[in-house]
Design a binder for this molecule. Structure first.
Ligand code: ATP
Length: 317
């Protein structure tokens, strides 16, 4: 059985996004957030997605994770169409403060999705222990989230995702709300978890340096309505560190390449002419590539819709 639980495992990419389009429709207007996205992610890959603010990165992740239905196009996980929150996916969001339950201890927070997965108690305890140790929090299982720093809380969110043993880990600007030093530590943690556990990761960020430092590939998105402008192979050595990797000539070249694409992206969207009533420029300012890392992002300025599917699976909460 595969990650979506409804068809035999197929050969091919782990994740396949085909001609994905998303138009938000409100009472008086519509916003074409994503025009046409096609790409795939192989098993064990670490792929970063970077694009200007408002490019539709969060929309893309919500469609991939099954929380939002695309207007057209499809997402396949292990060959099976995603039609709702899939058990093979876990998502780590930026807002760790809202994703952890304050009345539960660290251990209980990490264990909750495993209970919903109906794993036996001993297995749950083993997974919680191992994942907390993997993120360097083996000594605080009894603490409450509000007793921890922001960086530690995001580690708990990461531990919870890892303990769930997802086939793919989706990360939506997970470190945008922490300070620069903590962010650097968490980036290194992601790479070491990826190398040790072999989990497939799709990491969304608006920070070019972060994307180049972390990824094996960087997908560059245009402004909304969004298409893929470039798919850059990151040929940096597998062993990376914040000081020498970021000061290497190759890092600077790759960063410049992606930065150039992002600059183009500010002035270029999928096709001439937005959807009727869309606000294509509402979020077209980008801080992608800013050094030092970008400020915490604001939430979107688009009209509210209630299109999101209710998660049925704790792995995508
Ligand atoms: N629920 C919604 N209803 C209507 N429009 C929306 C909704 N959510 C997002 N949008 C619009 O869709 C476009 C893409 O938004 P999205 O949040 O996906 O971009 P983003 O790349 O993640 O932005 P940022 O980097 O600033 O977080 C924006 O124009 C936004 O205003």
């Amino acid at each position: 059985m595969n990650a979506t639980g409804n068809s035999p495992e197929a050969a091919g990419p782990l994740l396949d996004v085909r001609a994905l389009r998303k138009v938000y429709t409100g009472r008086n207007r519509s916003v074409e957030a994503v025009r046409d996205l096609t790409f795939s992610v192989g098993t064990g890959d670490l792929v970063c997605v970077v694009g200007p603010s408002g490019a539709g990165k969060t929309t893309l992740l919500k469609c991939i994770s099954g929380l939002l239905a695309p207007t057209s196009g499809e997402v396949f996980l292990e060959g099976a169409a995603v039609q709702g929150p899939a058990p093979g996916m876990a998502v780590v969001f930026q807002e760790y403060g809202r994703s952890l339950f304050p009345w539960m201890t660290v251990q209980q927070n990490v264990e909750l999705p495993l209970k919903q997965k109906k794993l036996p108690r001993t297995r749950r305890q083993e997974l919680v222990r191992n994942s907390l140790e993997a993120v360097g929090l083996g000594d605080v299982p009894g603490a409450y989230p509000w007793q921890l720093s922001g960086g530690m809380q995001q580690r708990v969110a990461l531990a919870r995702a890892v303990a769930y043993e997802p086939h793919i880990l989706l990360m939506d600007e997970p470190f945008a709300a922490v300070d620069a030093q903590t962010r650097a530590d968490l980036e290194d943690l992601v790479r070491s978890l990826w190398q040790r556990l072999g989990v497939t990761i799709l990491f969304v960020t608006h920070d070019i340096d972060e994307a180049v430092y972390l990824g094996q590939r960087v997908l560059v998105l245009s402004s909304s309505p969004t298409v893929v402008l470039d798919d850059v192979a990151i040929d940096l050595p597998a062993e990376r560190d914040q000081l020498s990797t970021r000061s290497s000539t190759r890092f600077a070249e790759l960063r410049a390449q992606v930065f150039g694409q992002i600059q183009r992206a500010k002035h270029q969207s999928g096709e001439p002419g937005p959807a009727a009533g869309s606000e294509t420029d509402a979020g077209s300012e980008t801080d992608a590539g800013a050094v030092p890392p970008a400020e915490p992002r604001d939430t979107d300025t688009g009209p509210e819709t209630t299109e999101e599917r209710q998660p049925t699976d704790a792995g995508t909460r």
